[in-house]
Design a protein around this ligand. Structure first.
Ligand SMILES: O=C(CO)COP(=O)(O)O
Length: 254
């Protein structure tokens, strides 16, 4: 089964109502490859989810940037998976490095979140990635394998999981992983899935790259055999996001 190209736009903690409306109307007007070629998901902050969902073209979907690890209740400031389901939000990003590092989310906590969100019927973009220090000490593959293992131990059905490889040193730095560096880690992650989940999961799970992806570097990254799409931060707020979506065409002609 071919892996459909996936482009996610992570808006992070950005935007006003006016800005959000403007981004959505730009997306709505864009000419992009059909849904058979590329799956597009944009992820605004929680407070804008209903607005974006109501205005966004129907061939694009929305994702939350996080959700609580279990059933809602007395957890001040949290948003539960049930609430996202209730609002008709199909996707959630979990384990982003900004949450792992700034908010101290552990591998196990992220694994628990992924399992719970899937159980409630959400589709999950699960993020993994090494810091610069970890890369320089040669532990990149061990780090992303341990992060993936904590998910795999809790999840048996990978059909609704997209794995995002986001090296921390490439996020928001303008320092993109080279196509060869991205391919190497994506290959290792797929190999890990093959050995530790099943050959089918390894063959069908989309592994997308995130970290300073832009309109200029997306084509070369997309041409790597194990790069199945992108999770885009800064550039997802700009017009070049359309070019990044269009890089899906590379796979079609491959
Ligand atoms: O963190 C990212 C997407 O989740 C990547 O962010 P940038 O594209 O801004 O580097």
């Amino acid at each position: 089964m071919a892996r459909k190209f996936f482009v996610g736009g992570n808006w992070k903690c950005n935007g006003t109502t006016e800005e959000v409306k403007k981004i959505v109307s730009t997306l709505n007007e864009a000419q992009v490859p059909s849904q058979d070629v590329v799956e597009v998901v944009v992820s605004p902050p929680f407070v804008f989810l209903p607005l974006v969902k109501s205005l966004l073209r129907h061939d694009f979907h929305v994702a939350a940037q996080n959700c609580w690890v279990k059933k809602g209740g007395a957890y001040t400031g949290e948003v539960s998976a049930e609430m996202l389901v209730n609002l008709g939000i199909p996707w959630v990003i979990l384990g982003h490095s900004e949450r792992r590092l700034i908010l101290n989310e552990s591998n196990e906590f992220v694994g628990d979140k992924v399992a719970y969100a899937l159980e409630k019927g959400l589709k999950v973009i699960a993020c993994v990635g090494e810091t610069l220090e970890q890369r320089e000490s040669g532990s990149t593959v061990d780090v992303v394998a341990a992060q993936t293992k904590a998910i795999a131990e809790r999840v048996s059905n990978w059909a609704h999981v997209v794995l995002a490889y986001e090296p921390v040193w490439a996020i928001g730095t303008g320092k993109v992983a080279s196509p060869a560096q991205a391919q190497e880690v994506h290959f290792e992650l797929r190999k890990w899935l093959h050995a530790n989940t099943s050959p089918e999961v390894a063959a069908t799970t989309r592994i997308i790259y995130g970290g300073s992806v832009n309109g200029a570097n997306c084509k070369e990254l997309a041409s790597q055999p194990d790069v199945d799409g992108f999770l885009v931060g800064g550039a997802s707020l700009k017009l070049e996001f359309i070019d990044i979506i269009k890089s899906a065409e590379i796979k079609k002609s491959a």
